[in-house]
Design a protein around this ligand. Structure first.
Ligand SMILES: Cc1cc2nc3c(=O)[nH]c(=O)nc-3n(C[C@H](O)[C@H](O)[C@H](O)COP(=O)(O)OP(=O)(O)OC[C@H]3O[C@@H](n4cnc5c(N)ncnc54)[C@H](O)[C@@H]3O)c2cc1C
Length: 482
């Protein structure tokens, strides 16, 4: 399979989850592979994203649970006041990052992948330039090139960061200090997860959302219910419809707030720290995509469903892109799945990715998850395709396991085609929602009908019965076949 006229069969630029899965999959299939990484092996997820944030959420979640005297006393438990060491929580996250980064690097080495530390760029068709950390610049050839350069935090104009009093998630994951009062700009999943961590550890949070409601990217019913506990029930002052026009670092850090619509000044806040969680931008600037005639869409690399990079709507031969840099469902498991699909296509198997079945989760306490279409998109889809949309709700308060845990706050909304029963999407808020969504995700991937799904037996008593109840309600509401 290897082609000796090239230095490598595949060169991957970027060693995040997308690049890692692509490189490993290619090497496992006998290809000669190099991966180029300019910063840390493992990319955002391992070093500055999923891994450290979930470690912080695990530790701070325990603190929250033990500090909730009222909740514990309902079980008849009375614990002494909870005490925690910030540095040890930070160490737990840092050690986990180091372990996973090292395991991932060893896995690539064992698979025979050549790891090159430096900055990669395109030079021409099937040619990659590398500025190595040592300063040496060289050009390598490859039959196929995969771009997997990921994304970086977006800091809107007018906001100045210093990494200490005004920072992004890149620094927040280090938990270097606990501000008494922190403003979090943005109420997407990153802002919500850090609000969960900070409030559990005793910080006061002000959440600033430019759009007219907090949690604007979530299902409106799920957001409404979740906000009651995750925002209103905590030491969080949430403001929507206001824009942080300028932020200046310092002690205190200053935030100039204006009305989102009128741009009239609203207030100047003086806080101990600001976390800017306003989304992420693709990392594609230095890639020299122009060399191959590729025009980005606000920095995102255009691809087809087989991960082929497009120039003027047509695939560029032997050039592929995966992960956050493509802007499709910017999540670690999407990047990894795209990496595998790109390599399968390089190997000559015709594969595409099914974005509809990719789940997403927010690891707050309780969690929020979703898969498939939003209710608005499902409605539009039903109008376009001429079928009736079915919507059912299943509540955690009717679930024995949730009641036993005294964690009955939660809702699942299931969207389906009322004629065929096909599952179109699901949105869940409640205990272990991130695990519960997988079952629905598998059903969406197989385009299964609630008719069949409703007959599948679920373990009692488990939270999975929340999903079973939704399937059963949906099946009972199907339009009888004509
Ligand atoms: C705080 C936070 C929490 C998150 N939590 C989750 C979660 O719980 N679950 C989840 O699924 N996702 C989560 N994500 C998202 C997830 O981290 C990303 O979707 C994922 O990392 C994308 O992988 P990637 O391979 O596309 O890019 P990245 O992980 O960004 O990796 C790209 C790599 O390319 C390197 N690179 C860039 N340009 C070059 C170049 N020119 N030459 C060489 N190397 C280069 C970068 O240094 C980087 O290492 C989280 C993100 C953040 C910020």
């Amino acid at each position: 399979m290897s082609d000796a006229s090239f230095d490598f069969d595949v060169i991957v630029i970027g060693a995040g989850y997308g690049g890692f899965d692509a490189a490993k999959h290619a090497a496992d299939h006998g290809l000669k592979v190099a991966i180029i990484e300019s910063r840390d092996m493992g990319g955002t997820c391992v070093n500055r994203g999923c891994v450290p944030s979930k470690a912080l959420l695990a530790a701070s979640g325990r603190v929250r649970e033990l500090a909730d005297a009222q909740h514990l006393s309902s079980f008849g438990i009375h614990a002494a006041p909870v005490r925690f060491e910030r540095q040890k929580i930070a160490d737990h996250a840092n050690q986990l990052v180091a372990t996973i980064r090292s395991n991932l690097t060893k896995t690539l080495e064992r698979a025979g992948v050549t790891i090159i530390r430096g900055q990669g760029r395109l030079e021409a068709a099937q040619k990659v330039g590398v500025r190595e950390i040592s300063g040496v610049d060289r050009t390598l050839s490859a039959r196929d090139v995969i771009l997997a350069t990921g994304s970086d935090p977006f800091v809107p104009p007018g906001i100045e960061t210093d990494g200490r009093s005004v920072f992004t998630s890149d620094e927040a994951v280090n938990l270097e200090w606990l501000p008494r009062w922190i403003a979090i700009i943005g109420s997407g999943y990153i802002g919500l997860e850090f609000a969960d961590v900070y409030t559990a550890l005793g910080c006061e949070v002000t959440m600033i959302e430019a759009l007219d409601r907090v949690m604007p990217t979530f299902d409106p019913d799920i957001a409404k219910l979740a906000a009651r506990k995750l925002i209103d029930g905590r030491d969080i002052d949430a403001r929507s419809g206001v824009l942080a026009k300028s932020i200046k670092p310092g002690a205190p850090a200053q935030i100039e707030l204006v009305d989102m619509q009128t741009r009239e000044p609203v207030e100047t806040l003086e806080v101990d720290a600001v976390l800017v969680a306003t989304g992420r931008v693709p990392s594609s600037k230095g890639l020299n995509l122009e060399a191959l005639g590729v025009e980005t869409n606000r920095g995102f690399v255009p691809i087809d469903d087989g991960m082929r990079v497009l120039a003027a709507g047509q695939p560029v031969p032997h050039l592929w892109a995966v992960g956050d840099v493509t802007g499709k469902l910017m999540l670690a498991h999407t990047a990894a799945a795209q990496g595998t699909v790109a390599v399968d296509n390089i190997l000559g198997h015709n594969r595409e990715i099914d974005y509809r079945s990719i789940p997403a989760a927010t690891f707050t306490h309780p969690e929020i998850s979703s898969v498939g279409l939003s209710e608005a998109d499902a409605k539009q889809h039903s109008v376009d395709q001429g079928f009736e949309l079915g919507v059912v709700r299943s509540y955690f308060k009717a679930n024995s396991k949730a009641l036993a845990e005294l964690e009955s706050d939660g809702l699942m909304k299931l969207l389906f085609n009322k004629v065929t029963g096909e599952v179109l999407g699901a949105h869940i808020y409640g205990l272990h929602a991130a695990d519960l969504i997988q079952e629905v995700s598998n059903a969406v991937a197989r385009r299964q009908s609630v008719r069949q799904l409703s007959t599948e037996v679920h373990t009692h008593p488990t939270l999975s019965e929340v999903v079973e109840v939704a399937y059963k309600q949906a099946a009972a509401s199907l339009t009888p076949a004509a």
